[in-house]
Design a protein around this ligand. Structure first.
Ligand code: SF4
Ligand code: SF4
Length: 206
């Protein structure tokens, strides 16, 4: 999937997310926030200026969020994002209400809507995790100019092909038909289990 598809999925398919910000003491605070719109490089949401959530966004201009869809754990897709936010103000509010008409039930009049302001998540990175697939499916993405880094576990040239790691991998995602062995990154749980199984220190975490 392309980055835009991940962002669209969050706004249109999942919509309800849990957003984490940090308070004045550096402690995490979560809030349930709907993602109201998306484009190829951003997500948009709104909040009322009187909320502590607004103050925390303005202070740090950064958040992390997780959006989940599925009836239970094993049927779930989870998408997580962390990135920078900026306040856009009121101008986009009518457009977001048009797209999300249920907001009229919460803020029914033009006057009450004046309490609201829009934020844009404009730069960040994300991770897609689909537990409904067997083996699981994982993917990462970036947006707003963030350079994508190779993160996870990797088998280096030190590998001697002993197979100890294969026995402890819960996803059977280590390819054994080439040297060094290779991890199928899109299926890896990042559990780290095989680090202890490898006696020649051939596994690297990046
Ligand atoms: S980190 Fe876990 S899931 Fe990934 S290859 Fe190693 S043992 Fe398998
Ligand atoms: S345990 Fe280490 S040396 Fe053995 S196959 Fe796995 S990565 Fe290679």
């Amino acid at each position: 999937m392309e980055t835009k598809e991940y962002l669209d999925y969050i706004a249109n398919e999942i919509h309800r997310t849990i957003v984490a910000t940090v308070d004045d003491e550096g402690l995490p605070v979560t809030a349930a926030i709907d993602m109201m719109d998306s484009d190829e490089k951003s997500l948009y949401f709104l909040t009322a200026k009187g909320k502590g959530f607004y103050d925390r966004l303005k202070k740090r201009e950064f958040l992390a969020l997780t959006a989940m869809k599925g009836e239970d754990t094993m049927s779930s897709v989870a998408v997580s994002i962390r990135g920078k936010v900026r306040e856009l103000g009121y101008d986009k509010i009518p457009e977001l209400f048009e797209k999300n008409p249920y907001m009229r039930k919460i803020y029914p009049t033009e006057e009450s809507m004046q309490a609201l302001t829009v934020f844009q998540i404009y730069e960040g990175s994300g991770e897609w995790f689909d537990l409904s697939k067997k083996p699981i499916e994982r993917a990462s993405f970036t947006f707003g100019g963030v350079v994508k880094k190779a993160e996870g576990y990797f088998i280096t040239d030190k590998c001697i092909g002993c197979g100890s790691c294969v026995a402890v991998c819960p996803q059977n995602c280590i390819i054994q038909d080439e040297m060094p062995f290779v991890i199928e990154q899109e299926h890896c749980l990042h559990c780290g289990n095989y680090m202890t199984a490898c006696h020649v220190d051939a596994v690297e975490r990046r």
